[in-house]
Design a protein around this ligand. Structure first.
Ligand code: AR6
Length: 184
């Protein structure tokens, strides 16, 4: 499913984000930037060890040793990936919804897109941030993700945004949310 927003596109796809050829892919990272399971592990494996080296450097130099805060984003190279860049963002852990989870998830999408635009990136693929290990409910996450992306694309020319879903079930949930959003 693909829609046009203010001269930009937003597309939902099913598949492996590490195979995407967009200018950038987004990683659902951990604050240490040291890699982990899920999509983070898959991206580090496909990109190769140089990605971890650059992540350590970003943590040391840009973040002055601190964790990457939830909702924030940083950029690295893509190394062995087809994508030239990886944008790492840390999604919120779902604790029931009373801990700013919705706002923080929206921040992940907005900050990643802003960082992409600042780096002249014209196409980007997102995984479904926080809906794996961090247990954010997919229905709600899909509404937040799509609303944030649409809001950003409505502000100006960016290019092409893909949501790369990893299962038919997630794809179906994002599709329903997108259908609802375009009817509003
Ligand atoms: N391509 C696209 N989506 C994928 C892929 C892939 N190759 N692999 C998994 N997914 P998760 P989170 C989907 O758990 O919830 C890590 O250990 C997956 O099915 O990767 O934000 C980090 O280091 C799910 O729909 O990320 C953090 O500690 C979505 O990606 C923590 O997990 C996100 O699931 C982050 O948890």
């Amino acid at each position: 499913m693909k829609i046009s927003i203010n001269g930009n596109t937003l597309e939902l796809k099913i598949g492996d984000i590490t195979k995407q050829t967009t200018d950038a892919i987004v990683n659902a990272a951990i604050g240490t930037l040291l890699g982990g399971g899920g999509v983070d592990g898959a991206i580090h494996r496909a990109a190769g060890p140089e990605l971890l080296e650059e992540c350590k450097k970003v943590r040391r130099d840009l973040l002055e040793g601190e964790l990457l805060a939830t909702g924030k984003a940083v950029i690295t190279g893509g190394y062995n990936l087809a994508s030239k860049h990886v944008i790492h963002t840390v999604g919120p852990v779902w604790h029931g919804g009373a801990n700013q989870e919705e706002k923080l998830l929206a921040d992940c999408y907005r900050n990643s897109l802003q960082l992409a635009a600042a780096n002249n990136i014209k196409s980007i693929s997102f995984p479904s941030i926080s809906t794996g290990v961090y247990r954010f409910p997919v229905e709600l996450a899909s509404e937040i993700a799509l609303r944030s992306i649409r809001e950003f694309l409505n502000e100006g020319r960016f290019g092409d945004v893909t949501m790369m879903l990893f299962s038919d079930i997630d794809f179906g949930k994002f599709q329903s949310s997108l259908e609802k959003l375009v009817q509003q």
